[in-house]
Write a protein that binds this ligand. Structure first.
Ligand code: NAD
Ligand code: MG
Length: 373
């Protein structure tokens, strides 16, 4: 069997480390060709010693011997000639150029980096069309949708993405507004990087995922819904024209959606994933989202519906507000407020080209920084 070459961007993060665990179990199928981290030199060096990739880089470090440094190393890794699949596990807008370059070069992008699909969905899907590249989701809800659709001719009529509801699902609004960094980082069902964990607490993550689903599966926003499902066992539902509904289930782990993004539309045996057990899963429950409490979610859905550069602006404002919250500069309740202020000040424009999107992203970051004061 020919091994497929993998580039792993963001190898030192949560998805990055989970991806290495998956690759470790399938040495006959995949060969790690390129690795990039952000700032964590010691972990990257450990990974390089273990995996001996042909290319390694640190995107957020200054020049030093040993590995390539600076943001350009992401594109270099993603377009390496020996790479077939790029796992983009970078967090935030920094991952955009690498996704575009890989798709234009005809590669598969296994995308965890949802922020860049939200920021530039039209441009990313266009790059795939032009270059013959393929965009495959790593996000568990979107992997679930893809798994329900694979091997079927029928298009989906409606998607329902599940949300755990985060640590504040049952909290009163006044208590949520005062939540600490520690409260927000205590996710009930998933172990993830800090930024997405805060996004799960505000539910901004679910708005990002609705936009992600729109661009991945081509459905309008009236056909993409969200339901709170605290156990995180069902990852998404797909309804077809006749009203029949399929769902994908499993105990929460990112290793399964990562593996599927590498093997799709095929499947391979993997002893590393906990087998499903309905009795152990216990009762599964569902409740509506509270958009009036989780205002960052409501803002994200409104931005989605307005289209153009609104999703990019929502994403940029959220990134700035979440970074400020993680730094202890604003309380939890102000994250949604900063996003609202930035969106209120933004005027409609089509997401024509990369320059327009980047300019909107930059202006939104400046406006969010002003709103923090
Ligand atoms: P993380 O913070 O644990 O890791 C992020 C990685 O990106 C690290 O390797 C870091 O060094 C690198 N990085 C950070 N800033 C960078 C920059 N400016 N330039 C280059 N590299 C940079 O985050 P994570 O939880 O692994 O999430 C990664 C992405 O996957 C996010 O987009 C997140 O929304 C998405 N995602 C994560 C999970 C999860 O379970 N962790 C689930 C679904 C989707
Ligand atoms: Mg998700």
């Amino acid at each position: 069997m020919a091994q497929r070459g993998i580039a792993l961007l963001g190898s030192t993060g949560s998805i990055g480390v989970s991806t290495l665990k998956v690759l470790e179990r399938h040495p006959d199928r995949f060969r790690l060709v390129a690795l990039t981290g952000g700032k964590n030199r010691s972990l990257l060096e450990e990974q390089v010693a273990r995996w001996k990739p042909r290319f390694a880089g640190l995107a957020q470090a200054d020049g030093q011997n040993g590995v390539a440094t600076g943001p350009a190393c992401l594109v270099e890794a993603a377009t390496h000639p020996d790479v077939d699949i790029v796992v983009n596990a970078v967090v935030g807008a920094a991952g955009l150029d690498a996704t575009l370059a890989a798709l234009r070069a005809g590669k598969r992008v296994a995308l965890a980096n949802k922020e860049t699909l939200v920021m530039a969905g039209e441009l990313v899907t266009e790059a795939a069309r032009q270059g013959g590249g393929e965009l495959v989701p790593v996000d568990s809800e979107h992997s679930a949708v893809l798994q329900c659709l694979d091997g079927r001719d029928a298009p989906p009529a409606r998607l329902i993405l599940t949300a755990s509801g985060g640590p504040f699902r049952t909290w009163e609004p006044a208590r949520i507004a005062e939540a600490t960094r520690e409260d927000a980082l205590k996710h009930p069902t998933w172990q993830m990087g800090a930024k997405i964990t805060v996004d799960s607490a505000t539910l901004a993550n679910k708005a990002l995922e609705v936009i992600e689903a729109h661009f991945l599966f081509g459905l309008g926003y009236d056909a993409i819904e969200v339901v709170v499902h605290p156990q995180s066992v069902i990852h998404a539902f797909v309804e077809f024209a006749d009203g029949s509904v399929l769902a994908q289930l499993g105990f929460p782990t990112m290793e399964l959606p990562i593996l599927y993004a590498l093997t799709h539309p095929g499947r391979v045996a993997d002893a590393g994933v906990r087998r499903f057990d309905p009795v152990a899963a216990g009762n599964l429950s569902f409740e509506p989202v509270r958009p009036e409490v989780f205002r960052a979610y409501a803002s994200g859905i409104a931005a989605a519906r307005r289209g153009g550069t609104f999703p990019a602006v929502f994403n940029a404002a959220n990134e700035v507000a979440v970074a400020a919250f993680l730094d202890g500069r604003i309380p939890f309740g102000r994250i949604a407020e900063v996003i609202e202020r930035v969106l209120d000040g933004h005027r409609d424009e089509p997401a024509r080209d990369l320059a327009t999107v980047r300019a909107a992203d930059l202006r939104a970051r400046e406006a969010a920084t002003t709103a923090l004061a």
